[in-house]
Design a protein around this ligand. Structure first.
Ligand SMILES: C[S@@+](CC[C@H](N)C(=O)[O-])C[C@H]1O[C@@H](n2cnc3c(N)ncnc32)[C@H](O)[C@@H]1O
Length: 267
């Protein structure tokens, strides 16, 4: 190896490299008020349901000492099922790095993307970054950013999918009532909210249900939301895997954590 060759961290750590896709290259360091976009390098990250991977160049959105989000395997896996269900008019609560909006706008089945963001500094950061204008095929023309409070905003067009993502932590408090409040104002045909899998797991555990198809269905029914139930995959198994990775030591009462050791299909 030449002296100047960069070290191969993935090989050294025995990790697969995570590739976020072409969107990652559209991010660069920019700042607005208290927010800044920065690019980290060679960071090992766990997925939502998949294992550890290495992220070679990782754009992240930081406010003070809080990293609000970054383009990691967990971020991708915890939103991509919602993106896959997107069609027609999609409303996204929370702009952040705008990647969910960009990915959604790239879908042919999506005609319009409305993003509701309460912080004018995040909107200013996006004016500087100009992410949506760089999307191929003019997909960015579908995107409209509105300054407003996700909990109070009402649409002027019928909404096909509501995607709330206004939280800093993956699980914090009970977000179902907040999502219901948004949905009461929006009346979307379907809803997919960030971390819904862990919220389903937490509520199922509290009700003494297994994380199998029947337990998931009964729990979602209680949410009283038209929640996206992804088709073509064993969704309870994905919920179980995410909960095992992210809830084992936190957020579950000890007596509930035992459910994570049971296989999702009850075997
Ligand atoms: C985690 S980021 C959203 C990430 C985004 N889905 C993406 O694809 O990059 C959360 C965003 O929600 C915004 N936010 C927090 N509370 C809000 C509220 N009540 N109404 C509107 N936006 C809010 C924050 O300012 C932040 O920009």
């Amino acid at each position: 190896m030449s002296q100047d060759a960069p070290p191969d961290f993935a090989a050294a750590l025995g990790l697969e490299v995570f590739d976020f896709g072409p969107l990652a290259a559209l991010y660069r360091p920019v700042e607005a008020g208290a927010w800044r976009l920065a690019i980290g390098a060679n960071i090992p990250c766990r997925g939502y349901w998949s294992g550890m991977k290495l992220v070679r160049a990782m754009p992240g959105l930081i406010r003070g000492t809080d990293t609000w989000m970054s383009l990691t395997p967990i971020e991708y896996e915890s939103q991509i099922l919602g993106v896959g269900a997107a069609q027609g008019h999609v409303v996204i609560m929370g702009l952040g790095m705008g990647w969910v909006a960009a990915e959604t706008a790239l879908r042919e089945a999506v005609s319009r993307v409305t993003i509701v963001e309460r912080d004018p500094e995040v909107i200013a950061l996006h004016r500087e970054l100009d992410l949506f204008a760089q999307l191929p095929g003019g997909a960015g023309d579908k995107v409209r950013i509105v300054e407003g409070d996700a909990l109070a905003w009402r649409p002027d067009h019928p909404v096909d999918l509501l995607m709330p993502d206004i939280w800093l932590g993956l699980v914090e408090g009970d977000r179902v009532p907040e999502v219901r409040r948004m949905q009461d104002n929006v009346g979307a045909r379907a809803v997919y909210f960030w971390g819904q899998e862990l919220e389903i797991a937490r509520h199922a555990a509290a009700a003494g249900r297994r994380l199998d198809a029947a337990g998931v269905e009964a729990t979602v029914r209680e949410f009283a939301l038209p929640l996206v139930m992804p088709e073509g995959i064993d969704y309870p198994r994905f919920i179980h895997a995410a909960a095992r990775q992210w809830m084992r030591d936190r957020w579950f009462a000890p007596e509930h954590a035992a459910m994570l050791d049971a296989a999702p299909n009850g075997s």
